[in-house]
Write a protein that binds this ligand. Structure first.
Ligand code: ADP
Ligand code: MG
Length: 657
């Protein structure tokens, strides 16, 4: 055998890449195992395929598997498969060279990269695969025999520049890769890869859904349960001396439900799988299972949970979608696949044509991934719509859980505004017991009503009792009651639903008569003009008296029982938004609002009389301030100077007694 041993040099580029890999490009060294298992799995796929297409191939495919062997004494970990194997030429071509195009350019770019993160993201464009073994091993021995051939090959290298290659006799079909492990060192990120529990954990995390069994000697498994390692496990000498299946345990579940056709998966299996990935003991509200074929193949299995996690609104909530590549786990929290407002969606996307080393940065800029994400979003929104259409009650519950997050989508995702608006539910003056959809609101709109009326505030009672509501209630116009902080923002930014604009009833002028019955009659117009004239002196006096607080005073058409209310111009910030921006540290000029007076209210008519009698009465100015303060309180606002307001009020009350 020695006579045929050859020492060869790695191709220059391979050597450079090896150096990069060894010198800690990856902070997470555990991934070497996922790479070797994935190679083994590919080799098993290839053998099965070849045995099906090439009837003459003499290969046993009855028990295709991967075995992991730990040898405590020799300090080795071996990954063995009974797959397709390699010929000597294969080994030189595939393992000794990096035959992939663009390696040289890639390496040049990596060298130019400013920092480790940039280098890592570049290297993600290129699978380092097999070479990742050198992150944890200072020597790697590969034994392999190609199915259908007799001659085995032994390859060995310390990753430093050369490798040896020799003939090997008596090898079974398949490949074994033996890693002579570097000493474990927590600081270097090197785990203890001789510990059965560690290997088991890595397999569970990265390779659980590999479709072939991944086995390990039961001793090593037992050790993970806490019993002392039985050193008999280390007596195994050759790769061919495989222990009987009775002493081996399968580490992976192999249950990649997403890869099975929908029709073959039971509801119970979906639930079990959901539980496994979400740790949620309640069944999901909806399941989306899809497969895309063509230039970019992938499978997706997504779940809409039935209830929100407790940390849905914490700053660092993770997204729930995991990325797999050909059943190999790549990452949790794959933000490139799901927008932030769908962060509650859980599941798996298995993309077939990505490198195992693909990084977040690359995913963010990948056009295919962007297309996948677009499609997944449509699917999820479609699934929500299905629930809404078919299971109204369940939908109400879902909306309660996730409505607030979905509304963030109205700000983030302009492409799906319409689909999202179809999902929106809101409390409404129509029925205190039930929320309404926008579609239902529009169907109930009065003849001639063009806009969707809403009022936002801190809570339902406050909104319902707000003076702004009065005329709308009196004239039978339905108003949406919006109480989420995000409502103020989206109603401002979303142009319209089904052609109907959103209009806050606390903003701008309202002309309900015009809205409901077309043009008001001439008589009404004349009456209005007369009123304006009668109140003009009071209005202009108030405007001066309250100049510090409001930008305008005018007569109102929206009040029936209150004396006054405050409204904003159509494009003014609402008080809530103003508060929000200030809380975020933004400097804003004070937003002054408009005071509207109810000309039919006894307080206002009395005020007018008092003003006509003696415009200089100091009590008049106090009353003006009280009217303004009360309007502010009525809508749940904060008084600028509560002590002063209370003093004025007390004085006024004392006078009346
Ligand atoms: P990749 O898997 O992305 O092709 P790797 O560096 O992991 O890159 O492997 C390089 C090649 O070596 C594989 O494409 C395969 O042809 C061959 N190879 C590696 N491991 C095995 C194995 N266990 N059995 C057969 N061929 C293998
Ligand atoms: Mg590989």
């Amino acid at each position: 055998m020695a006579s045929s041993t050859q020492t060869l040099e790695f191709q220059a580029e391979t050597r450079q890449l090896l150096q990069l890999v060894i010198h800690s490009i990856y902070s997470n060294k555990d991934i070497f195992l996922r790479e070797l298992i994935s190679n083994g799995s590919d080799a098993l796929d290839k053998l099965r395929l070849e045995s099906l297409t090439d009837g003459g191939l003499d290969a046993d495919t009855s028990d295709l598997h991967i075995v992991l062997d730990i040898d405590q004494e020799a300090r080795t970990l071996t990954v063995r498969d009974n797959g397709i194997g390699m010929t000597r030429e294969d080994v030189v071509d595939l393992i000794g060279t990096i035959a992939k195009s663009g390696t040289a350019t890639l390496l040049a770019k990596i060298k130019e990269a400013k920092d480790a993160a940039a280098a890592q993201s570049l290297i993600g464009q290129f699978g380092v695969g097999f070479y990742s073994a050198f992150m944890v091993a200072d020597k790697v021995t590969l034994r392999t025999r190609r199915a259908g051939t007799e001659q085995g090959t032994l390859w060995e290298s310390d990753g430093e520049g050369t490798y040896t290659i020799a003939e090997a006799e008596g090898l079974p079909v398949g490949t074994s890769v033996t890693l002579h492990l570097k000493p474990a060192d927590g600081e270097d990120g090197l785990g203890d890869y001789l510990a059965g529990w560690k290997i088991r954990q890595i397999v569970k995390q990265y390779s659980d859904f590999i479709r072939w069994p991944i086995r390990m000697a039961a001793e090593s498994v037992a050790e993970s349960a806490g019993t002392d390692a039985d050193t008999e496990a280390g007596t195994e000498a050759g790769t061919e001396a495989a222990p009987g299946p009775e002493t081996l345990e399968t580490l992976n579940s192999m249950k990649a439900l997403w890869a099975r056709p929908r029709s073959e998966v039971t509801e119970a299996e979906y639930h079990e799988f959901y539980q496994q990935i979400s740790h949620d003991w309640q069944p999901p509200a909806e399941t989306v299972h899809m497969r895309a074929e063509g230039t970019f193949e992938y499978e997706a299995l997504l779940f809409i949970p039935s209830h929100a996690p407790f940390d849905l609104f914490s700053r660092d909530t993770k997204r729930g979608v995991q990325l797999y590549v050909k059943r190999v786990f790549i990452m949790d929290d794959c933000d490139a696949l799901m927008p932030n407002y769908l962060r509650f969606v859980k599941g798996v996307v298995d993309a077939h044509d990505l490198s195992l080393n693909v990084s977040r940065e690359i995913l963010q800029h990948d056009r295919q991934i962007t297309a996948v994400r677009r499609r997944l979003v449509k699917k999820v929104l479609g699934a929500l719509k299905d629930v809404k259409t078919n299971k109204a009650e369940a939908y109400t519950a879902l909306w309660e859980q996730f409505g607030r997050v979905l509304k963030e989508g109205l700000l983030e995702d302009r492409d799906n505004t319409d689909a999202l608006l179809e999902l929106v539910c809101a409390a409404s003056t129509n029925d205190p017991e039930k929320t309404t959809t926008l579609r239902e609101y529009v169907e109930r709109m009065k003849d001639g009503q063009e806009t969707i009326y809403y009022l936002s505030g801190e809570n339902r009672a406050m909104v319902e009792n707000s003076p702004h509501m009065e005329a709308f209630t009196a004239k039978g116009f339905e108003v949406l009651i919006l109480t989420d902080p995000v409502d103020e923002v989206w109603t401002d930014q979303v142009p319209a639903f089904d052609g109907h604009r959103f209009q806050s009833i606390a903003k701008g002028q309202v002309d309900l008569d015009g809205d409901a019955d077309g043009e008001g009659g001439d008589e009404a117009k004349a009456e209005k003009a007369q009123r304006e004239q009668d109140f003009a002196p009071l209005v202009s006096w108030l405007q001066t008296a309250l100049a510090d607080h409001v930008k305008q005073v005018r007569l109102s058409t929206r009040l029936t029982t209150s004396a006054a209310c405050l409204v904003g111009d159509a494009h003014d910030l609402t008080p809530t938004l103003e508060k929000m921006y200030r809380a975020m540290g933004q400097e804003l000029p004070a937003v002054k609002r408009i005071l509207e007076l109810n000309p039919t209210h006894p307080l206002v008519t009395a005020l007018r009389k008092a003003h006509e009698t003696n415009a200089d009465d100091p009590a008049l100015a106090d009353t003006a301030e009280l009217v303004h303060g009360s309007a502010l309180l009525a809508e749940g606002g904060d008084l600028p100077d509560p002590a002063r307001f209370t003093r004025l009020l007390t004085e006024r009350l004392t006078h009346t007694l």
